[in-house]
Design a protein around this ligand. Structure first.
Ligand code: ADP
Length: 266
């Protein structure tokens, strides 16, 4: 990775991290965090060293999705510097702004405060060597996105959407932001989430609740890679709520679907 320097011009930014991947979405509620968590676990299942940063400052959900809401990361002085040891679960090291502030107060933060908090998670985390660091960004396009690419060398972005038209319009905006001259981050591809629903009692039926192949068609239209289509499955929602991501069940249909997404970016 390109070596950039901190403000004190002494320390390289994340020299031990091979790939930094931003997980983004145009809209909230499309399953960005669910995909980030399951992709992190699926990558870890391949034997890769994986870190995950919950940068969704205004709605951090990763501690809950990992069943780690009550955990607090420990601090450690390394080379005279105060570092934060990430929490580790299912083979993934992670830090969330949710560990340090209550969401109520973060909601009224201004852009610069949120950006500084994100910088701290990245720079002061004791990440060690990582093959992948995933960053779960807030939805949309904001200061935080800009700070991120100015702070660290982001390898690429994964965009999550549902097949619905309103979500797809925001994907186009998000993609243009990453590909703009000032940001210049390659978009690795699109994950179409909530692509269809199959009721247990009708296993051969697919109901396209948010529209059929919206993400897939958009990829063809604007030249993006389709990284995968993930159906609406009750266990995905339950896994998120109970802190056991479905990607931990490697031989389930949902586990395989996330493993395929991991393969397509690895
Ligand atoms: P975002 O990060 O985009 O705001 P979340 O990942 O928090 O979205 O997902 C929103 C809600 O939808 C959560 O309750 C989550 O469990 C649920 N969800 C996401 N993807 C799926 C899916 N494929 N099947 C079932 N529920 C899902």
């Amino acid at each position: 990775i390109t070596v950039k320097f901190l403000h004190d011009m002494e320390r390289p930014v994340l020299p031990g991290v091979k790939n930094i991947i931003a997980v983004a979405s145009g809209k909230g509620g499309v399953g960005k965090s669910t995909v980030a968590v399951n992709l992190a676990v699926a990558l870890a299942n391949t034997g890769a060293k994986v870190g995950l940063i919950d940068a969704d400052i205004f709605g951090p959900s990763i501690p809950k999705m990992f069943g780690a809401e009550d955990v607090r990361p420990s601090g450690e002085k390394i080379d005279g510097r105060d570092m934060i040891n990430p929490v580790e679960k299912y083979g993934v090291k992670f830090l969330s702004i949710g560990f340090f502030v209550d969401t109520e107060s973060a909601i009224i933060w201004r852009g610069p405060m949120a950006s500084n908090a994100l910088k701290q998670l990245i720079m002061d985390g004791n990440w060690g060597e990582l093959d992948y660091m995933l960053i779960d960004l807030p939805p949309g396009t904001s200061d935080i996105h800009l700070t991120l690419v100015q702070t660290i060398p982001v390898t690429g972005a994964v965009i999550v959407t549902t097949p619905q038209d309103v979500a797809l319009a925001d994907v186009v905006r998000g993609t243009s932001m990453f590909q703009s001259k000032s940001i210049d981050v390659p978009v690795l591809g699109l994950v179409e989430n909530m692509a269809w629903f199959t009721p247990a009692e009708l296993p051969d039926n697919k109901y396209y609740i948010f529209g059929k192949d919206g993400g897939k068609k958009l990829c063809e239209k604007i030249g993006l890679k389709l990284l995968g289509q993930i159906p609406i499955v009750q266990s995905i929602r339950e896994g998120g709520d109970h802190g056991t991501p479905v990607a931990t069940e490697t031989d389930s249909i949902t586990g395989i679907a996330f493993a395929d997404v991991a393969k397509s970016i690895a």
